[in-house]
Design a binder for this molecule. Structure first.
Ligand code: AMP
Ligand code: MG
Length: 279
C-alpha cells in the first residue's frame, strides 16, 4: 500500500472524497523513522540517476497557502545532494514573462539528464490562480489543459520522469496554520494578508484543482493527492512515492554504469599498453 493517492487519469476524482487528515494509522515517531529510511534510499537513487545521466526527474509541488510546499522541500528533498537537485519557485509572472506564452518561463527551468528539479508552484498556477481570479478568459485557460498535457508529454518523451504532488489540507487546518504563523516570529516573513483573502475562494480553488488533477493525470505523468494535515505524514507519503517511482529505474542505471565503466577500463588498458610499447 502507498500513502499518497496516485492518479493516472482512468477515473474522475472529487477532492472531498480524500481525507486530508489521513495518517496511515501510524504514530509520528514511526512515520519519521520510515521517512528517514526512504530519504536515505532516495539519496542513493539520486547518485545513480546522476551518474547514469539517462533520465531527469521533475517534481511538481502544488497546494494552497500553508499546505507545506516549503516544509516538503526542507524535509524530503533537502537532504539530497544540491549539486544535482535544485528548486525553482514560480511567483507572480514578471512583465517579460507575461509577454510570452505561459510555458515560456517554465520550459527553461526543466531538469537536465541526471538532475532532479523541484518546482515550488508551476505552470499549473496558470489554470489555478489565473482561473480563480479570471486573469484570462475562460476560453484561454480551458485550452491550457491541452497545452500542459502536450508540454509534459514532450518532456516525458525526452526521458523526464514527471511526478506531481497536490498537498491536500483542510480549511480548518489552514486556519490554524495561518494563526500559528502570526505567533511565530521566525515565520513573520511568510505573513500575507493575501493568504486570508485567497481563503475566501476556497471552493473555487477546489474546483480548479479537481479539473487540473482530472485533466492532467496519466500513467507517465501521475498526480499524487497527499493528505497533508499532519506534516509528518505528508513527508512520509511524498518520500515513499518518490522512492517507489524511482526504484524501478535502478537496474537500468546500474547496467548503464557498468557499460560506462567497462568502456573506460578498456580505454585505460589500451593507453597502458601503448605506453609499455613506447617505453
Ligand atoms: P508564494 O508561493 O507564497 O511565494 O507566493 C507566490 C504567489 O505567486 C502565489 O500567490 C501564486 O498564486 C502567485 N503566482 C504564481 N504563478 C502565478 C501565475 N502564473 N499567475 C499569477 N500568479 C501566480
Ligand atoms: Mg504564500
Amino acid at each position: 500500500m502507498s500513502y499518497a493517492h496516485r492518479l493516472t487519469g482512468d477515473r474522475r476524482i472529487r477532492l472531498e472524497d480524500f481525507d486530508p487528515a489521513e495518517d496511515g494509522g501510524l504514530k509520528r515517531e514511526q512515520a519519521e523513522k520510515k521517512t528517514a529510511e526512504f530519504v536515505a534510499e532516495l539519496s542513493d537513487l539520486q547518485e545513480l540517476l546522476y551518474a547514469a545521466r539517462r533520465q531527469s526527474v521533475l517534481i511538481i509541488l502544488q497546494g494552497r497557502d500553508t499546505s507545506g510546499k516549503d516544509g516538503t522541500i526542507r524535509h524530503v528533498t533537502g537532504p539530497l545532494n544540491s549539486q544535482s537537485c535544485t528548486v525553482t519557485s514560480f511567483k507572480v509572472p514578471t512583465e517579460e514573462e507575461l509577454s510570452h506564452d505561459f510555458l515560456w518561463r517554465v520550459h527553461s527551468q526543466t531538469p537536465r539528464a541526471g538532475e532532479i528539479k523541484i518546482f515550488n508552484r508551476s505552470h499549473y498556477e496558470d489554470v489555478l490562480v489565473v482561473r480563480v481570479h479570471k486573469l484570462v478568459s475562460k476560453e484561454i485557460w480551458r485550452a491550457r489543459y491541452h497545452h500542459i498535457n502536450a508540454f509534459e508529454r514532450c518532456l516525458a518523451d525526452s526521458s523526464t520522469i514527471i511526478l506531481k504532488f497536490y498537498l491536500h489540507i483542510s480549511k480548518e487546518e489552514q486556519k490554524d496554520r495561518l494563526i500559528e504563523r502570526e505567533k511565530d516570529r521566525t515565520k513573520a516573513w511568510k505573513l500575507s494578508v493575501g493568504d486570508w483573502k485567497e481563503r475566501e475562494f476556497w471552493d473555487d480553488y477546489s474546483a480548479a484543482y479537481e479539473d487540473a488533477l482530472n485533466n492532467c493525470s496519466s500513467h507517465r505523468r501521475p498526480w499524487f493527492i497527499v493528505p497533508a494535515d499532519k506534516k509528518w505524514f505528508r513527508n512520509l507519503a511524498i518520500a515513499e512515492a518518490l522512492r517507489n517511482e524511482l526504484a524501478p529505474f535502478k537496474k537500468g542505471w546500474l547496467e548503464q554504469l557498468e557499460r560506462l565503466g567497462a568502456d573506460q577500463k578498456k580505454a585505460i588498458e589500451e593507453y597502458r599498453r601503448s605506453r609499455i610499447v613506447k617505453e
